[in-house]
Design a protein around this ligand. Structure first.
Ligand SMILES: NC(=O)c1ccc[n+]([C@@H]2O[C@H](COP(=O)([O-])OP(=O)(O)OC[C@H]3O[C@@H](n4cnc5c(N)ncnc54)[C@H](O)[C@@H]3O)[C@@H](O)[C@H]2O)c1
Length: 259
């Protein structure tokens, strides 16, 4: 299927690891121009070098998304360099695994800043450019937003707010032809996910137990499977899809996990 993404410019936060890296790579394969916005300097620059060696265009902007001026810089630098912005993938985030009991109000605020504020700041600053391109925003949330997990108060709040903002922005921006959707993964085999499993006494056993609860295939989702849904939602192939939550989770959230 031709996605018609060639020459289009997409910002991918956290675009050099896990789900973000898979999105960046699929955009390059489609002839689009990914702009990676992340704190991971070495890895991102290495990826950009790799793409350029293949004659492809890509760019990385290194910094801390918790800082709003950096979010502004990401939009300004992208627009200055490429003269257009066709879409935004709000993806960078991290679970702090803090319970209601252990997570102080200060820590709660910090995690919201870490996971939520940059989703808003980037969309806000990108808006004039997205109006011009009739662009697309994809917010990467998490199934914890709708199921809960335990020991993740602030992360759950941030992920839930991302879904609320997806509907809110889809409503507000429809008049500009801008579409806004969310992709909702659950158990995805990424560096962050493996790191979390590493905190258990028997990581391999725990991983097997979780994977066994995924109805479709009793396995983790791959980053590429999540990325494919994101790239579809960026493309005009999803031209009449907005305000949707697309769960890419092997049925983990909605099917009976006792299957
Ligand atoms: N892996 C999963 O199982 C899973 C499940 C559900 C939802 N998600 C969501 O998917 C998204 C990507 O997760 P992943 O597992 O690919 O993570 P990852 O840690 O492998 O990659 C995220 C990248 O973003 C960067 N990043 C994070 N916060 C940043 C910040 N404030 N400033 C700059 N860079 C920052 C990290 O350094 C990292 O390179 C997250 O929003 C996460 O909540 C992941």
């Amino acid at each position: 299927m031709e996605l018609h993404l060639a020459g289009k410019v997409f910002i991918v936060t956290g675009g050099s690891s896990g789900i973000g890296e898979a999105v960046t790579r699929q955009l390059v394969e489609e002839g689009a121009i990914p702009v990676i916005a992340t704190r991971e300097k070495e890895r991102s620059l290495q990826m950009v070098k790799e793409f350029k060696a293949l004659g492809k265009k890509a760019h990385a902007i290194i910094g801390e998304l918790r800082k709003i001026p950096f979010c502004k810089k990401v939009i300004q630098e992208t627009a200055q360099r490429f003269g257009r912005i066709d879409g935004l993938v709000n993806n960078a985030g991290r679970n702090d695994w803090l319970s209601l009991e252990a997570g102080t109000p200060d820590r709660f605020s910090w995690t919201l800043i870490d996971n939520l504020y940059h989703y808003h700041a980037l969309a806000h600053y990108a808006l004039p450019w997205l109006k011009l391109s009739k662009g697309s925003i994809v917010n990467v949330s998490c199934r914890i937003a709708v199921t809960g997990q335990g020991n993740a108060s602030a992360y759950a709040a941030a992920k839930g707010a991302q879904l609320a903002l997806t509907r809110e922005w889809a409503t507000e921006l429809a008049k500009y032809g801008i579409r806004v959707n969310a992709v909702v993964p659950s158990e995805v085999d990424t560096p962050q996910y493996q790191e979390w499993h590493g905190t258990f006494e028997k990581p391999a056993k725990h991983l097997k137990k979780v994977a066994g609860k995924v109805p479709l295939g009793k396995r983790l989702t791959t980053p590429e499977e999540v990325a494919a849904a994101i790239v579809y939602l960026l493309s005009e192939r999803s031209s009449h899809t907005t305000g949707q939550f697309l769960f890419v989770d092997g049925g983990y959230t909605h099917l009976d996990r006792a299957l």
